[in-house]
Design a protein around this ligand. Structure first.
Ligand code: PLA
Length: 508
């Protein structure tokens, strides 16, 4: 027996196969007559050699990116000007045999290389840079003045409490930890908000902000087929991925006006008005990502008016509560304003930033309904959607949040730490503005930096200028010109100002 015979299978199925399936297997003809065994053996070997050669050429061609997905699916491989069909071996059929081609070509040949993530990919590039001056202002993750990751003291204390109590690791219910769900809704709406007493909020623990948004997108896809989600232009890049993956149609509403480096309020209102009645309007609860530009309280009222008029459903993404202004209540004002009008709304929450629980994946999805009865039904469907996706959420972060919020001393300490983090970001924002204003002799007005809030600054640098920041200055940021001030120290402000001034004035 040759090596080849072990890769041959005689259970050929005559059913029609898709071109793709057809491409996955190579069929080779062999003489099944026992009397001519040695001849067949030699013939198998020759065919195998031919197939191997073809396949290595095909895989070389594919890895050189000259093989398009389209060509691959057609089962054709173009080498130079020759077009060779992988079906060539299907000629004589004494008995067709399917051969697994593990030696040279993967079953995954048709899977192309995915591009790096525009935000998380920046951290990967940063890690690979060996320059001493490098600075990671890509992902929104809080760093100390020494540019080190920061674990909040209250988190350490809550974890110690958990250890002392010897808590177990049993599965949580599908909707998550009850104490967490209660705490998270109270933090968002205010503990004495009547809609909590009226039990009109369906709250389920989610896999942080992203997972909660994705769960809500699945609910929209299932129960509002064809409904559109309107997202701001620009927005956090992952919003588009989330709705695309959930097969929920979306379009953009105007938000950022590059001329004023401010909010295009008229455009925003007009686009929300124009959206088909009953659309979902995605709003950043506070600290809009990436622009750092939020509507004023007056503007929020007008946005609520139009949304109500058009029977739209507001969908808040609250990823920075308490982290933007330093106050949990101030940062929840937009959501509370809509809720106070008796509107039904969606709110996704995240504890990545305000409690520094990035990797714990802790957040929640809240659906405010007009009746307790509707809330029970919505919650049951959120659980039904969650079960096949991830079954139930992780316990550790939920316990931390519940312990911090549930203990008056820890809760007070958390607020102080949040203020400290928000304060440090405000200080670097001011220092960056001061450095830019002092160093830039062109008379350019950099005051927009002071008007933006939250952890980001939208610098207005274009793609080429942002690339110059990275390639020449080793400053890592997203290609839309967003910098995370949470990753900046006072000590690095002058260096960053030099990089920005050079990129802005010397790169078109
Ligand atoms: N919503 C908004 C507006 C965000 O900015 C982020 C995080 C999330 C939701 C989700 O965060 P979570 O899943 O960790 O709760 N945006 C970050 C990180 C901070 C990221 O892109 O994942 C950012 O750098 O934009």
């Amino acid at each position: 027996m040759s090596i080849l015979s072990s890769t041959l299978s005689s259970n050929y199925s005559p059913q029609p196969r898709s071109t793709q399936e057809h491409h996955r297997d190579l069929y080779i003809s062999v003489d099944s007559n026992a009397a001519s065994h040695s001849r067949a053996h030699r013939r198998q070997f020759l065919l195998f050699q031919m197939a191997s050669t073809m396949l290595s050429l095909a895989s070389a061609s594919a890895s050189a990116s000259s093989l398009s997905m389209h060509d691959t699916l057609k089962g054709k491989v173009k080498i130079g000007s020759n077009s060779l069909s992988t079906g060539f071996v299907k000629t004589k059929s004494f008995g067709r045999v399917s051969m697994s081609v593990a030696a040279n070509v993967s079953r995954f040949e048709g899977i192309t290389m995915a591009p790096p993530d525009p935000i998380l990919g920046v951290s990967e590039a940063f890690r690979a840079d060996t320059n001493d001056m490098k600075l990671n202002l890509g992902v929104g993750a809080y760093r100390t003045e020494e540019l080190q990751p920061y674990v909040l003291d209250v988190v350490k204390k809550a974890e110690n409490l958990m250890l002392q109590r010897g808590e177990n690791k049993e599965y949580l219910p599908i909707e998550g930890l009850a104490a967490f769900n209660k705490a998270t809704a109270e933090l968002l709406f205010g503990a004495d908000n009547p809609l909590l007493k009226e039990q009109r909020v369906a709250t389920v623990q989610g896999l942080s902000g992203t997972g909660s948004l994705r769960l809500a997108a699945a609910l929209i896809e299932r129960y509002f087929p064809g409904a559109k989600v309107l997202i701001s232009s620009p927005t956090w890049g992952n919003h588009k991925n989330i709705f695309n993956d959930a097969r929920v149609p979306w379009s953009e509403y105007r938000y950022y006006d590059p001329k004023t480096v401010g909010l295009d309020f008229e455009g925003m209102i007009a686009d929300i008005k124009d959206a088909p009645e009953g659309s979902f309007i995605l709003l950043h609860g506070c600290a809009h990502n990436p622009t750092g530009i939020d509507p004023t309280p007056d503007q929020w009222e007008k946005i609520a008016d139009v949304i109500q008029e058009k029977n739209h459903i507001p969908f808040f993404d609250v990823a920075y509560q308490g982290f933007a202004s330093g106050s949990l209540d101030t940062d929840a004002a937009s959501v509370r304003l809509f809720a106070a009008r008796g509107m039904e709304l969606f709110v996704a929450q995240s504890y990545s930033k305000n409690l520094g629980l990035y990797a714990e994946r802790i957040g929640a999805m809240n659906v405010v309904c007009s009746s307790a009865d509707a809330a029970v039904r919505v919650k049951s469907q959120l659980k039904r959607l969650a079960r096949p996706m991830y079954s139930n959420p992780p316990i550790h972060g939920a316990k931390i949040v519940a312990n911090v919020v549930g203990d008056p001393t820890l809760f007070k300490e958390w607020k102080a730490e949040m203020e400290m983090m928000a304060g440090r970001i405000k200080n670097v924002r001011q220092k960056l503005f001061d450095s830019l204003s002092a160093k830039d002799k062109s008379g350019k007005d950099w005051s927009f930096i002071l008007k933006q809030i939250g952890m980001f600054s939208f610098t207005g640098l274009n793609k080429a200028q942002s690339e110059n920041m990275t390639n020449k200055w080793h400053v890592y940021l997203t290609k839309d010109g967003r910098i995370s001030l949470a990753g900046l120290s006072l000590a690095k402000c002058e260096y960053l100002a030099d990089a920005i001034i050079d990129s802005f004035h010397n790169v078109s």
